[in-house]
Design a protein around this ligand. Structure first.
Ligand code: FES
Ligand code: FES
Length: 171
């Protein structure tokens, strides 16, 4: 496990770096952050996409989960340079049938309590269901084990994922 991904130190005394080209929620973006900056901080501080949360900064909580080319990743552990040329999707931009079913199921099961972990939970759930249409309990637990919830919503998350797997968006 790597070190903490708190904000990197100021780089004013370093030579400027080339902008990093990203595709964020379907839109091309150029960001000026140092290439080693965790994607999480670029999303939150440079692009103002604050739906992706900071929890631990060390890959241990899942609050910062986004999709990189459709796979769930912890954005605090991904240097922004590694996202260059890839599709980055955040909670603000996750769309489509699976995402819609997950949103409806989350509301139907009244999953959220404080809500802080929920963007990350939803991003992991969408990636799981996109890859595995009808996951078992064991598959859900495996896919979601990187996402912690201090409010203990785990049972409702599991029910919501089963519910999302069983209903169509237009039901
Ligand atoms: S903030 Fe990234 S895993 Fe906790
Ligand atoms: S709903 Fe509060 S931390 Fe998960």
């Amino acid at each position: 496990m790597g070190g903490y991904a708190h904000r990197p130190p100021p780089t004013a005394d370093l030579p400027p770096t080339m902008p990093t080209r990203l595709t964020i929620n379907g839109r091309p973006r150029e960001v000026s952050a140092d290439p080693a900056t965790p994607l999480l901080w670029v999303l939150r501080d440079e692009l103002n996409l604050t739906g992706t949360k900071f929890g631990c900064g060390m890959g241990a909580c899942g609050a910062c989960t986004v999709h990189l080319d459709g796979n769930a990743v912890q954005s605090c552990m991904v240097p922004v340079a590694r996202a260059e040329g890839k599709r980055v999707t955040t909670i603000e931009g996750v769309t489509g049938d699976v995402a819609e079913r997950v949103r409806r199921a989350w509301i139907g099961e009244d999953v959220a309590q404080c809500g802080y972990c929920q963007p990350g939970q939803i991003m992991s759930a969408v990636a799981l269901l996109a890859a595995t249409a009808r996951p078992s309990d064991a598959e859900i637990d495996e896919a979601m084990r990187g996402n912690l919830c201090r409010c203990g919503t785990y049972q409702r998350i599991r029910r919501a994922i089963h519910r999302a797997a069983e209903v169509r968006a237009d039901d």
